[in-house]
Design a protein around this ligand. Structure first.
Ligand code: UVW
Length: 320
């Protein structure tokens, strides 16, 4: 039996384009630079009905939190509640008889709806913009999520409902789509993709997690975008600032052609500086878009300002 040799990312992406240096040697927010003031205004111009949709999944969902294998869902601990005063408990005494509740979250910063820092993945010893991978040791001193949080994200966005376009409730494990599928989906919806649009892609793939529980992780390979040199060139030419999806990794976890893992994290995030937003809940937004046929909206998101962090929880907002 012949064994398939998985190429190293260095080899696979040897000719893949980069935007390194495009916004200067100190840049840490990459393609979000495309979201200029004009782009923010173009986004705001999409507000026609005053409808608002929040896109974060509930942390601590009683039905479970889907996470990347190896991570665990967040746990929230109650530090103070009425039990500390009830029946002679040990709660602190305050003048006037104040009681209050306090709690603490222990969470992977990328364990729910999240922004990835541009320095979150790398190969060949270099991160986004050519920063040395050793700058990640003990915390990302370069390309952490904090500069993205400091900047904020706002612009025109388009929902690409791949599940509805394919006539499915959800996309299956390992089910792939390309940039050409995105273009066809946009055309079918009547909302062509414009340069600098924030792409918000719905697969409803995580429905499988809620149906299967831990079996979801057996032979784990999500549905999603699949790497090709043409796809990478299209993302670069279209100046896509931000890729937002409802899957854990935004791409098919294992590239079916090369066998390599998370190729697009590297081709799009590390090389082109495209921001990744993952594990969104797009269900209410998608139902509304299907109902009124309006797939463009103003997208706004501000991840948390966490020094040197690899990612941050976020609750993006779509306004139509
Ligand atoms: C990894 O890249 C490992 O995780 P995520 O999908 O959260 O970016």
């Amino acid at each position: 039996m012949t064994e398939t040799v998985v190429p190293a990312l260095t080899e696979l992406l040897a000719d893949s384009p980069t935007n390194w240096g495009k916004w200067g040697p100190e840049d840490e927010v990459g393609s979000l630079n495309y979201l200029t003031a004009a782009q923010v205004l173009a986004g705001a111009a999409q507000i026609k009905q005053g409808k608002l949709f929040t896109l974060q999944r509930l942390i601590g969902d009683p039905n479970g939190d889907p996470v990347w294998p190896g991570r665990s869902p967040a746990t929230r601990e109650m530090i103070l509640d009425e039990s500390h005063w009830d029946s002679g408990g040990d709660g602190p005494a305050f003048p006037g008889g104040l009681h209050y509740a306090d709690d603490k979250l222990y969470a992977f910063l990328q364990g729910s709806t999240q922004y990835d820092a541009l320095g979150h993945v790398w190969y060949d010893g270099k991160l986004w913009n050519g920063y040395d991978a050793r700058t990640t040791i003990g915390g990302l001193s370069k390309a952490s999520v904090a500069p993205i949080a400091e900047r904020g994200v706002a612009g025109r966005a388009v929902l690409l409902d791949m599940a509805r376009y394919r006539g499915k409730e959800y996309l299956e494990p390992s089910e792939t789509f390309t940039h050409e599928d995105l273009i066809s989906c946009a055309q079918a919806q009547g909302t062509p993709i414009e340069p600098r649009d924030i792409l918000v892609i719905r697969t409803n793939h995580l429905q499988l997690f809620f149906e299967k529980g831990d079996d979801f992780y057996t032979d784990f390979c999500e549905s999603g975008l699949v790497y090709s040199p043409e796809l990478v060139s299209w993302f670069q030419e279209m100046e896509i600032p931000n890729l937002v999806t409802d899957t854990i990794a935004n791409e098919v976890t294992t590239d079916p052609n090369s066998g390599a893992a998370l190729v697009l994290h590297n081709a799009l995030m590390r090389n082109l500086g495209i921001a990744f937003t993952e594990i969104c809940d797009l269900e209410k937004l998608a139902s509304d878009c299907a109902e009124d046929g309006a797939y463009n909206f103003f997208y706004v998101a501000a991840p948390l300002k966490i020094n040197e962090a690899t990612g941050s929880p976020v609750n993006p907002v779509a306004i139509k």
